[in-house]
Design a protein around this ligand. Sequence first.
Ligand SMILES: Nc1ncnc2c1ncn2[C@@H]1O[C@H](COP(=O)(O)OP(=O)(O)O)[C@@H](O)[C@H]1O
Ligand SMILES: [Mg+2]
Length: 349
Amino acid sequence: MSLFKIGQERSREEIQEYLHATAWMPGETVHSTSKAGEGNMNVILRVSFFSGKSLILKQSRPYVNKFPSIPAPPERIETENAFYQLVRKHPELSDFMPRVIGFDRPNRILALEDLGEGSDYTFIYKKDSSWPLDLNRDALRFLSILHHLPVPEGYPSNLALRQLNAEHLFDFPYRTDHGFDLDKVQYGLEDLARPYREDLLLREAIKGLKKIYLGQGGRQLLHGDYFPGGWLQAGGGFKVIDPEFSFIGPAEYDLGIMMAHLFMARQDKNQVAGFCSAYDSPSGFSDTLCWQFCGMEIFRRLIGLAQLPVDLSLEEKASLLKQAYEWVTGSGQASGHFGESGVSKPVTS
Ligand SMILES: Nc1ncnc2c1ncn2[C@@H]1O[C@H](COP(=O)(O)OP(=O)(O)O)[C@@H](O)[C@H]1O
Ligand SMILES: [Mg+2]
């Protein structure tokens, strides 16, 4: 049987018939469908009903939706569903996420509560945007609870998606053979990137982080892609979506990624440290590893392929990359302290 593909090309009647068969929204009649935000990986559709209600349908395809020539493991939607199912059992955590309305496994379609058309938090990268104070409180609260959950047995390893992501995180930023011209993002960026690409100490440290990222030794359930594009400003405040990259891994990864985005949103070290002091770290948490992942994410966003709408001059990027280098390699000054644990040696292999 072929898959039922959702998308804007589907007629209202086809979507109505599909939803009728799922019995997810009994008694509702489809009024219209529309694109819900910018999905990179998946097809995301908002379905509105005559009653005024609506829902979000998310379908994974065996490729990256924005770049269909790039294969991607379609079972990522299973991971996303598994994450939501787990979170459901924790009232405070589930308040931060949309409710799952249904999961159609054969068609790889997840039906989610519609959080409304509010924006995501990528506006924080913009110069002069006012800082959303709920972020300081809620983004860390979500991670603190998540990282203290008991590790669920049988949770999907999500290894195939991690492997795809690992190329972007740990390989592409340090290569030139992908044909991506950084000067087209911002003139002068290629020159900024070159010395880092040739730096053996950095390459070794990044290799060590890749091994940890792809390893099986994780102790916490991670969101796996905890950045402003996965945070929504909805009627009820700060919400988290898109846990398809989730895996059992090191808590330092989620926090480190988040910190990198605060830096790219022009927060200085004191502000980031203040912000992160609200994080309740699990035992054994390594500040050093966290700073390493933070630096890694700065590299991959500034000199890798997955660029963001950051609002930074070349000088500001140079200064961030220099800091990131110190954090990843452990060279330069001490990195600052979060949580309770002592500072351990950076990972180099
Ligand atoms: N439950 C939801 N409620 C409201 N909007 C949503 C919801 N889920 C996704 N969206 C919208 O769709 C966009 C892409 O969703 P996301 O899950 O991040 O897709 P992808 O995994 O393909 O990147 C979001 O930025 C948001 O604008
Ligand atoms: Mg996604």
